[in-house]
Design a protein around this ligand. Structure first.
Ligand code: GLA
Length: 385
């Protein structure tokens, strides 16, 4: 798909509905700098919004129904309140849209019927949160169209509910928070329990650094079931330890906590979450001290923890991390839920192309399909546009 994504959404709207959109909203994808599988443990995360965006053009629709067209799919999807009120009734990509209508209605808001057209530069299925982007852009458009009284700090939870309760994916609050609350030039330090945020300056250009994102192109292997299994295992461990969530185990108490768990696998899961929370705090401390270059070892340690303790990496992402480090990256890790998706590497800006080439060469040597590579800067969250 070529052309500016916002223009594509407007053109799609005109073509599909033979009318002009009344509003247009854009929501970005995200990467997570560090803090993986900590969000649903009430812990800490540090994601940032990407320059890649999903754009929704919308206008009021007839009969209080919703019609959605996406450039991914020629056929529009149409549904009414009955389908929106029954989780799971609308499926495929349109479930994220119906889920938002459901979440807003469940919150007691009078959601206007609408026609929507969606265009996106966020790749689907790469672990860059194309789902949070579509949810957040649709939510913004419906709030705007309906003049709904809903402050933006409530948007992430509602978008998450769409995904948890309508689509049926038991994900945490990180993606929607990054997508809604991200700020250009900053990473979002989020306490997933209190939902307090701090914008942490992450000025890569000034530091002569770049974040290289490698799309591992690994087929997602049982990602949904494995994600849910990790979440259950963390919740069971918290119950055994008598805490509300693993966030309540400080790293200083880790050994004592591990001694109270009776199977080795659960001990590994807990060790990942507890040490990962600490790595987020350490990363934030370095960034606050303007030491972005020094966060590399924390990123790499996070990867090792996901590989060895949480066991959510696959050979393609491990290969990308190893090749990036061998080519001089300061640090590298898988980002997102795991079992494929993307790797990020912190590199000197001047080395970005060489590191990308080294990863591509390592893939060829292992016989993997070529990875995608791009460098990114922290961008703004949801915007009118
Ligand atoms: C997915 C989920 C997030 C988070 C990450 C892992 O992206 O949507 O809520 O749990 O995995 O950190």
């Amino acid at each position: 798909m070529s052309g500016d994504v916002a223009d594509r959404a407007t053109a799609g709207f005109r073509q599909r509905y033979d009318a002009e959109p009344a509003v247009r909203w854009a929501a970005p994808g995200r990467v997570n700098l560090i803090g993986e599988h900590t969000d649903y443990n009430d812990g800490f995360v540090l994601p940032f919004a990407l320059p890649l965006r999903t754009v929704v053009a919308a206008a009021p629709g007839p009969d209080g129904r919703w019609t959605v067209w996406s450039e991914l799919d020629d056929e529009p999807v149409e549904f009414g309140a009955a389908e929106a009120d029954e989780p799971g009734r609308v499926d495929g990509w349109a479930a994220y849209v119906a889920g938002v209508v459901w979440a807003l209605r469940a919150a007691g808001l009078d959601v206007p019927g609408a026609r929507l057209a969606i265009a996106s530069d966020v790749p689907v299925g790469s672990g860059l949160s194309s789902s949070a982007a579509i949810e957040s852009a649709v939510l913004a458009a419906l709030v705007d169209l309906g003049g709904l009284d809903l402050p933006t700090d409530r948007w992430p939870r509602l978008a998450q509910r769409a995904e948890n309760d309508y689509v049926g994916a038991p994900t945490g609050i990180m993606d929607q928070s990054a997508v809604v609350r991200g700020r250009e030039g900053h990473a979002l330090f989020l306490d997933c329990r209190s939902e307090e945020v701090e914008q942490i300056p992450f000025d890569l250009d000034a530091a002569g650094l770049a974040v290289l994102v490698v799309d591992s192109r690994a087929p997602h292997r049982h990602a949904d079931g494995e994600y849910a299994a990790r979440r259950r295992s963390c919740e069971r461990a918290a119950a055994t330890l008598g805490v509300a969530a693993l966030r309540d185990v400080p790293v200083a108490d880790l050994d004592a906590a591990l001694a109270r768990l009776d199977d080795e696998e659960t001990r590994r899961r807990v060790r990942h979450v507890v040490t990962e929370n600490q790595r987020v705090l350490d990363t934030v401390a370095l960034l606050r001290a303007d030491r972005a270059r020094d966060i590399g070892p924390l990123l790499t340690a996070s990867h090792a923890s996901m590989r060895d303790d949480f066991e959510i990496t696959v050979p393609e992402v491990d290969t990308a991390v190893e090749a990036a480090l061998a080519a001089g990256a300061h640090g590298a890790r898988m980002t997102g839920g795991g079992f494929g998706g993307c790797v990020l590497a912190l590199v000197d800006a001047a080395d970005a192309d060489a590191v990308a080439d080294a990863v591509t060469a390592a893939y060829a040597e292992r016989g993997f399909a070529a990875p995608g590579t791009l460098t990114v800067l922290p961008a703004a969250g949801v915007t009118r546009g």
